[in-house]
Each structure stands twice: as structure tokens, then as C-alpha cells.
Design a protein. Structure first.
Length: 316
């Protein structure tokens, strides 16, 4: 049954809210004054995200955040600048135009990519378009980039240890099945995380607000600060998890067993990684709000519910 549900994203600042000095530096980089700005919805940072039009007719996307507004977000912008500069034009990503640093602000500028985010609930056609794009990306890996990126299975090991932290804190989940199986699920998650080892480019934070669907049928993937090297099917798995938030009855197992992006993933690997995702989200959802990210924990709770329900179904 498809559910009426809303992902509550953080209220952003917009282009006029940025310091005048920073806006002037961005305009100087573009070589023209910004004449219109439209703030974009989505994401969990309070930083700006605007589609800009310059007097010269150039259309760009710019986002900015300060360390004072959201320190981790500013660090992620800096990391994304490094990643974006490495991604080749052949990839399904917007062209990176530059990074601007002023005071404690970090700003990134990209070509304005046409397209809209997938609808929520996910449509079947949109879901297939995204999975097909991920499979094509896995087939055409950009040479030399992945060796410079962190290993996915290493980066996610701490996240996948969420059930161990829950047991150590003697915190009891409200779900009886989950509470009774914490130790077994923790072992499953830690064993499964090793299945993510690989040498493919992985976005690692793929969800609907990081995807743009073009009218021409193309798909663009945006926001790459968490890029890593590992098994490409991880991104596809997270897409299916988000789809199940809105449609718990979605037969994600049928998709995973039939779409070629999952061809290298064994059933045990999928179950183990799903257990690792559940461990992270259940643990994260119980924690206090993150400063500067006021809606993140509610999102974690929705992801936790989707992961645990799918995990129950897989484990029978």
C-alpha cells in the first residue's frame, strides 16, 4: 500500500541571505551580475541552494554554507569541491564551475542541470531510469578516480555497528522483533559490510533529492561529497530503501533479483548490507537532533522503519 508521507527537509537560507561580499565573489567568478535566484527544496542542510540566472544569460546552480551555520556541511562542501573537480564530463553529473571561499563560508558553483527530482512516492518508470543509469555508470567507470577515494566498506563499518551501540547502552527498541534479535542482526551487519568491497565509483548518499530527471530521459546525480570506491549496487539498494518508505509493499526483492545492477550481489550480501543500514538508522533515530540539521533525525526514523520492515521480510 502506497502511503501518504512527506520527507521534511530543512528550511534553507537563499541567495539574498548570503553575505554581500560572498555574492560579489560569486558574480565576479561568473563574470556577470545575478539577476534572478530561485531557492531549491530538498536536503537537510540550512545552507543555500539556488538556481541563478546572470545578466549575461548564464544559468548556474550555486550552494553555500558557513561553518557557523553548519560546520559539518561546510566541510562537506569543501570535500565535494575536490570530488567534483575529478569527475569527467562523460559522467551523468552537472559540470563543476568552481569553489568560492570567503570568511567561514564555502560556496560551490555548477552548470544549472535541467530536470526535476523523482516524485515521492517513487514512480516505477523513474525508479527503473535511475537503476539503469547506475548500471551504465558501473559499466563505464572513470579511470583513476576510485584509487583516490575512501573504501566504502571501511567508511561504513562504524555505521553498521549501530546495533552494538544500542546493546552497549541497554536501549530497548520499541519493535519486539528487533529487540529480541539485536545480537544476531549485529553479526549479520558486520559480516555483510565486507560485501561492499570493490573498485567502482559509489555515490554513497543517493536519494531522490540528489537525483535529477531530464525531459530527454536522462538522469543526473548530484551532491558527491561522500563518494567512495566499492560495490556499485549499494547506491541502488539505498534507492529501493527510500522507495519502500512510501510503498512498504513494494516487491524490492523482485527488483533486486532481476535488475542487472544487482548482478554481483548475492542474497546474503544484500541481507547483510540491509542489516547494516538498519543498524545505522535505528541507532541514529534515537539520538538528539544534530545542530544545524533539525529534520535529519525524523528522516533517520523513516529510513529505520523501511529497513527493518524489509529485513524482517527477507529473514522470513
Amino acid at each position: 500500500m502506497i502511503q501518504t508521507m512527506v520527507i521534511h527537509y530543512t528550511q534553507r537560507i537563499s541567495w539574498p541571505d548570503l553575505p554581500a561580499e560572498l555574492r560579489e565573489l560569486i558574480e565576479s567568478h561568473l563574470g556577470s551580475q545575478v539577476i534572478t535566484a530561485h531557492s531549491q527544496y530538498g536536503g537537510f542542510s540550512a545552507g543555500s541552494a539556488d538556481r541563478l540566472l546572470t545578466a549575461a544569460g548564464q544559468k548556474v546552480f550555486a550552494k553555500a554554507v558557513s561553518h557557523g551555520l553548519n560546520g559539518p556541511g561546510a566541510a562537506l562542501h569543501a570535500r565535494e569541491a575536490e570530488i567534483a573537480a575529478m569527475l569527467p564530463a562523460s559522467m551523468p553529473v552537472p559540470k563543476f564551475l568552481g569553489r568560492i571561499r570567503w570568511d567561514d563560508w564555502e560556496a560551490l558553483i555548477f552548470d544549472q542541470a535541467p530536470g526535476v527530482n523523482p516524485q515521492l512516492p517513487w514512480g516505477a518508470d523513474e525508479r527503473i531510469r535511475v537503476l539503469d543509469t547506475l548500471a551504465q555508470l558501473a559499466d563505464q567507470q572513470p579511470a583513476g578516480i576510485t584509487n583516490l577515494l575512501p573504501a566504502l566498506e571501511v567508511d561504513l563499518r562504524e555505521d553498521a555497528s549501530g546495533f552494538a551501540r544500542i546493546m552497549a547502552d541497554e536501549w530497548i527498541p520499541a519493535d519486539p522483533w528487533l529487540a529480541q534479535n539485536l545480537e544476531a542482526l549485529h553479526e549479520l551487519a558486520i559480516e555483510g559490510i565486507g560485501a561492499l568491497a570493490g573498485n567502482q565509483l559509489v555515490h554513497t548518499d543517493l536519494r531522490s533529492d540528489n537525483i535529477l530527471l531530464g525531459e530527454d530521459g536522462g538522469v543526473l546525480l548530484v551532491d558527491w561529497p561522500w563518494a567512495s570506491r566499492g560495490a556499485a549496487w549499494y547506491d541502488a539498494l539505498t534507492v529501493l530503501v527510500e522507495a519502500r518508505i512510501f510503498d512498504p509493499a513494494l516487491d524490492a526483492d523482485a527488483i533486486a533479483s532481476s535488475h542487472r545492477i544487482f548482478a554481483s550481489a548475492s542474497s546474503n550480501a544484500l541481507t547483510g548490507v540491509l542489516a547494516g543500514l538498519a543498524a545505522y538508522y535505528v541507532d541514529a533515530a534515537r539520538r538528539p537532533e544534530v545542530p544545524g540539521l533539525p529534520t535529519l533525525r525524523s528522516y533517520h526514523a523513516k529510513q529505520a522503519t523501511a529497513c527493518v520492515a524489509w529485513l524482517k521480510a527477507r529473514l522470513g
